[in-house]
Design a protein around this ligand. Sequence first.
Ligand code: F6P
Ligand code: MN
Length: 324
Amino acid sequence: MSRIALPQYLADASVAAELQSIIIGLAEVSADISIALAKGALAGILGAAGAENVQGEDQKKLDVIANDMIKDALAALPAVRGLASEEETDVVPCHTSGSFLVTFDPLDGSSNIDINSMVGTIFSVLPHTGDATVTEQDFLQPGRNQSAAGYVLYGPSVMLVLSTGNGVVMFTLDQDTGSYLLTESDVNIPAEAKEFSINMSNQRHWLAPMQTYISDLIAGKDGPRGKDFNMRWVAAMVADVHRILCRGGLFTYPWDSRKPEQAGKLRLMYEANPMGFLVEQAGGEVWTPDGKILDIQPEHIHQRVPVILGAANEVALCVDYHQR
Ligand code: F6P
Ligand code: MN
């Protein structure tokens, strides 16, 4: 069966040439990252890097390796005006000719690395609207402005999931040729959910409405919802959201009273916005307790946000528990 390769898909979809070059550049470097990941302990790349990132989290060696590989790949593209990474303290100016800014989480779910479980690379492409010198301010655009967003999931197969604002498509890496081939073009999240995804061990630290909402899901057929729900948690946002794009459900990472000054765990510009763009493009909803995530005006590139996303009716109900 002949399948459509990524460059052909982008050309057929009339994606601007500069944007095509960025998406293809990210696809190519992710294929290289997947090779490094597959070597694992044999290449001596597992374990801690011995440093912390700007968010005070311990970096893994592979966080640093993947970050450097993506940074170098993007910096080589004339279309890239600047980049920002979860693992970089400051934004990195690139080419003054470029029309786009790229933000990325080089290796999402990196605590999974050492247990040989799923991780991913998440990216977001924004138009550059500022003047010649790139500053953090240029990146502070609502997620709604994204020109493209996507992720690469390093799982049993390597998949690129992408939206350029015209639905969501999925490609699978052909390990023999190194090219990404289109394997799913009709990605749609059903409005009703049968499954939810949350780190339950934090239950006692959530806001009361979130505790009540999740308790009602767990009460199943015997509770106010009158139906049973299944639960899944991979502990890599990229994998948990991938499941939601494949078979529906609700994902949430709520605010937590242990770090009251921190809005949530997930990052707005590297995680919530790109994943939110994909989920909305697949017919789902993406909220905080008080508004749509893609409408948030960012104040800082590393800012965090509570996230509720997935099945439209289920997200609306969860938000309603908070707003009652
Ligand atoms: O990037 C942060 C992250 O690793 C997400 O990928 C994931 O959803 C979450 O943290 C896992 O959190 P926890 O350690 O609470 O399971
Ligand atoms: Mn992450």
